[in-house]
Design a protein around this ligand. Structure first.
Ligand SMILES: [Ca+2]
Length: 219
């Protein structure tokens, strides 16, 4: 049997300050700020220097700074990554996530990575993909970052609206506690051939009928 290696090209959508390197802070001491260039922040979030001053220096980080999001109350970091969605396309939002040694989150606190279709005013039209990251269930660490992915596959008709990536507090718990976030990416790649064929078939009963009748044309 021949097996063909699948080389699907993934486009990286444009995300500003995906690695939380801006604003750039002094590298020494406890440096953090409640802002992050390019991101719309709700609640308490920002960037800090990954030098171990806030607990441990995190392994697996990209660059010198990390993002934080307070996990004890509602809050989020969000950004538009595309003006429209394409058909027959797999969208994957990826983020590196960890805990903080100095402000640990309690069991049951959760973080959500979401892909959403939103209108021009930012109103959510549809949540397309969600990954829930739960303290006590996921392999989270205050020493190294772990990658999590939320995915969505657009069918033959793509959802209306702009595409937004949102990293949000799910269950807010505890007296203190911060999420650590780095290297947020959203990739778009063509749906693999067999999946694209299934989606096309599912969307068009006539095509299904045609298949069932052995290729005879059905109008
Ligand atoms: Ca970074």
């Amino acid at each position: 049997m021949l097996v063909f290696a699948q080389s699907v090209r993934a486009d990286l959508l444009t995300l500003r300050n995906a690695s939380f390197e801006e604003p750039a802070l002094a590298r020494e001491g406890t440096n953090a700020t409640a802002s992050a260039d390019g991101w719309i922040i709700d609640g308490t979030a920002g960037v800090f220097v990954n030098n171990g001053a806030f607990g441990n220096r995190m392994e697996g980080a990209v660059g010198e700074q990390l993002g934080f999001l307070n996990g004890t109350k509602a809050g989020s970091l969000q950004q538009i990554v595309a003006e429209k969605l394409d058909t027959l396309t797999v969208y994957s939002a990826k983020a590196l996530v960890g805990l903080r040694k100095d402000t640990p989150l309690v069991k049951g606190a959760s973080l959500l990575i979401k892909l959403q279709a939103v209108d021009a005013d930012g109103k959510v039209l549809r949540t397309l993909g969600v990954k829930e990251i739960l303290v006590g269930r996921e392999p989270l660490s205050d020493e190294r970052l772990t990658e999590f992915v939320a995915s969505y596959t657009a069918g033959v008709s793509a959802p209306k609206g702009r595409l937004r990536v949102l990293v949000a507090v799910g269950d807010a718990k505890g007296e203190k506690g911060d999420w650590t976030i780095d290297s947020v990416r959203v990739e778009a790649s063509p749906a693999p051939g067999d999946l694209a064929a299934r989606l096309t078939l599912a969307a068009d009963p006539r095509a299904r009928q045609k298949g069932a009748s052995g290729g005879k044309k059905v109008r």
